[in-house]
Design a protein around this ligand. Structure first.
Ligand SMILES: [Fe+2]
Length: 496
C-alpha cells in the first residue's frame, strides 16, 4: 500500500536559480509510507538482510533568508526497512521547533543560514546561536529511537523507529541547553553507550559526554580548547574517545568584532585529544600533528600502546565564507564542497599513549569521503573502509569504493551517468562471519529518470553490480548522513 502521510507547504520557488535548491537538491514536498507491494523491486531483496537503512538530508521547505548553503535546509529523514525479503519505505520532515514556528508564521523563513548569521533578528540555535536548528545532518539509532541533529550543534531530536515521526527533543538533550549536541555521535554496539561532543564560541569551547545503554546522560564534562573551533567528527575506540582541535576555525579577534569567516591557519598544528571514555579535561591527552582539517573518520582502534585514527584528511581546506571576495556565493560554496579541490583522501594518525610518539600518513591518495565501516567493527581493528567517490567539480556522490586499509587495494562500483548516491552503510547479513559479509546500501537519485531508488550491493564484491534496486514513490534530494540499524537494535540496545 502506498499512503501519503502529509503534503508540506513548500514555498521554495520551483524556478529558483539557486543550484542548491533545484535539480539534485530540489526539495520533496510529500511524506510517504510504502510497502513492498507498492514499490517496484528490480532483482530480489535478500532474506538475510534484516534491519533498517536511514538517511538524513536537507530538504528546504521555505524560500531562504539570505544566501542559502546546502547544509541549511530542514531535515528530512528517509528509511527503508528490510524484513525477510520485504521492504517498507517512509520519509518524514523533522518537525523542529524552528520549522513549526515558520509554519505558524505562514510559511516563511524566520532564521538565516550558516553563512549569514548577522541577518538573524531572533535567537536561534547552534554554536553561533543564530541559525535554525534544522536537525538535517546526522542520524543514529540509540536505545530504540533515531536521533537526528545538525553540525553546528543543536537539540538532539528523537524520531520514531517505526514511522520516523518526530517525538521531540531527547530528555537528556534538554540538559545540554543551550549548546546542544554536534552531529557525529558514536555508538558502541558492545556496551550500548553513545559518545558525543559539542562546541561553542565561548570558553571552554567544547564539552564531551556519554549517554548510557539505558538512555541516561551518564557523563558530561567541559573540555578546554585554546579558542573557538569548528570540529565536525570524533573518534571512538573500546576505551577512548578522540576529540578534534583543528586549525580551521574563526579568527578569535575577528569573532570578537562579530566577523565569522572560517580560515585555515596553516602554521598551527592540528591537535587530537585522546580521552578515556569517562575521562575529562584533566585526563585528556593531546597529540599534535601536521596542520589539516578533518570532516569524517572511518574508524579508530587500539593496538597495544597505540591508538589509531583513520579518516579523510583535508590538507588545505577551502573558504566557504561569503562577503567581499567578489565571487558568486554559490560558486564559492561549490568550490568549497568539491572534494577534489581539497584533495580529501584517506589518512591514518597514530598516537602512542606511553611514549607520546605520533605517526601519520596516507592510506590512499584517491579523493574520497564519507568513509564507513560495519557497526560491529566500529572502534576495533578492521580491514575495509567503504568510501564515497565524488564527481569532480561538485560534491555529487558518484560511486562507492571498498578500500583495504592494510594493502591499499580496492573494489568500486559507479552509480552511472547522472545517478548520484548517499552516504553508504554496511549492513551485515544475519549470521555474518566477516566485516564484509553483507550488503552496501545507498539511496540513489537518478537525474535521467528524475526518480530515486534504494541500491543494494554485495559488500564482498561490489563490481558484480546491484543485488536489487527498489524504486521509491518520488525522487528524493541529495542527502547528508545515514546509518544502519540492525534488526536486533531497532527497539533497544543489545546490552540490557
Ligand atoms: Fe558530517
Amino acid at each position: 500500500m502506498l499512503r501519503i502521510n502529509d503534503k508540506l507547504n513548500v514555498t521554495v520557488p520551483e524556478d529558483t536559480d539557486n543550484p542548491f535548491l533545484r535539480g539534485l537538491f530540489a526539495p520533496l514536498g510529500t511524506e510517504y509510507d510504502a510497502d513492498t507491494d507498492s514499490l517496484t523491486v528490480i532483482g530480489k531483496i535478500p532474506r538475510d538482510l534484516n534491519g533498517m537503512y536511514v538517511r538524513n538530508g536537507h530538504n528546504q521547505i521555505h524560500a531562504p533568508m539570505g544566501v542559502y548553503h546546502p547544509f541549511d535546509g530542514d531535515g528530512m529523514v528517509h528509511s527503508i526497512r528490510f524484513d525477510d525479503g520485504k521492504a517498507t519505505y517512509h520519509n518524514r520532515l523533522v518537525k523542529t521547533v524552528g520549522y513549526l514556528a515558520e509554519k505558524a508564521a505562514g510559511g516563511i523563513s524566520l532564521w538565516p543560514g550558516m553563512l549569514e548569521p548577522h541577518l538573524g533578528t531572533r535567537r536561534g540555535w547552534g554554536a553561533m546561536g543564530a541559525m535554525k536548528d534544522n536537525a538535517g545532518v546526522d542520524v543514529v539509532a540509540h536505545c530504540g529511537h533515531l536521533i537526528v541533529s545538525m553540525t553546528q550543534c543543536g537539540e538532539p531530536y528523537k524520531l520514531s523507529m517505526d514511522t520516523l515521526d518526530t517525538i521531540g527533543v531527547e530528555d537528556w538533550g534538554r540538559r545540554l541547553q543551550p549548546i546542544g549536541i554536534c552531529s557525529h555521535y558514536k555508538t558502541d554496539n558492545d556496551t550500548g553507550e553513545m559518545m558525543f561532543f559539542n562546541f561553542t564560541e565561548t570558553y571552554p569551547y567544547m564539552h564531551y559526554g556519554v549517554v548510557d545503554r539505558n538512555n541516561n546522560l551518564a557523563h558530561y564534562v567541559p573540555i578546554e580548547l585554546p579558542g573557538p573551533r569548528w570540529p565536525h567528527d570524533m573518534g571512538m575506540t573500546a576505551n577512548y574517545s578522540i576529540l578534534h582541535d583543528l586549525p580551521y576555525h574563526f579568527d578569535k579577534e575577528k569573532l570578537e568584532r562579530g566577523e565569522r569567516k572560517l580560515e585555515f591557519f596553516a602554521e598551527q598544528p592540528a591537535r587530537f585529544g585522546v580521552v578515556p571514555r569517562y575521562g575529562d579535561n584533566s585526563s585528556i591527552r593531546w597529540f599534535e600533528t601536521k596542520p589539516c582539517f578533518v570532516l569524517h573518520l572511518s574508524n579508530c582502534f587500539e593496538d597495544g600502546d597505540w591508538v589509531h585514527m583513520d579518516g579523510c584528511i583535508q590538507k588545505r581546506p577551502g573558504k566557504p565564507s561569503v562577503g567581499d571576495q567578489g565571487e558568486d556565493a554559490h560558486e564559492r560554496i561549490r568550490k568549497h564542497l568539491d572534494k577534489h579541490n581539497t584533495h580529501t583522501h584517506m589518512y591514518r594518525w597514530s598516537f602512542n599513549m606511553k611514549s607520546g610518539e605520533v605517526k601519520e600518513g596516507s592510506l590512499d591518495e584517491e579523493v574520497s569521503e564519507f568513509p564507513v565501516v560495519a557497526n560491529d567493527f566500529a572502534g576495533k581493528p578492521y580491514t575495509y573502509s567503504f568510501n564515497t567517490l565524488f564527481k569532480p567539480g561538485n560534491w555529487w556522490m558518484c560511486g562507492v569504493k571498498k578500500l583495504n586499509v592494510h594493502t591499499g587495494t580496492d573494489q568500486r562500483f559507479s552509480y552511472g551517468d547522472n545517478r548520484f548516491g548517499s552516504e553508504c552503510c554496511v549492513a551485515l547479513r544475519q549470521g555474518a562471519t566477516s566485516e564484509d559479509d553483507g550488503y552496501i546500501l545507498t539511496f540513489i537519485t537518478d537525474l535521467n529518470e528524475m526518480q530515486s531508488e534504494v541500491l543494494i550491493l554485495d559488500a564482498r564484491d561490489l563490481a558484480t553490480g546491484p543485488v536489487a534496486r527498489i524504486i521509491l514513490p518520488e525522487r528524493i534530494p541529495n542527502g547528508a548522513h545515514a546509518c544502519w540499524v540492525e534488526a536486533d537494535r531497532l527497539y533497544g540496545e543489545r546490552v540490557a
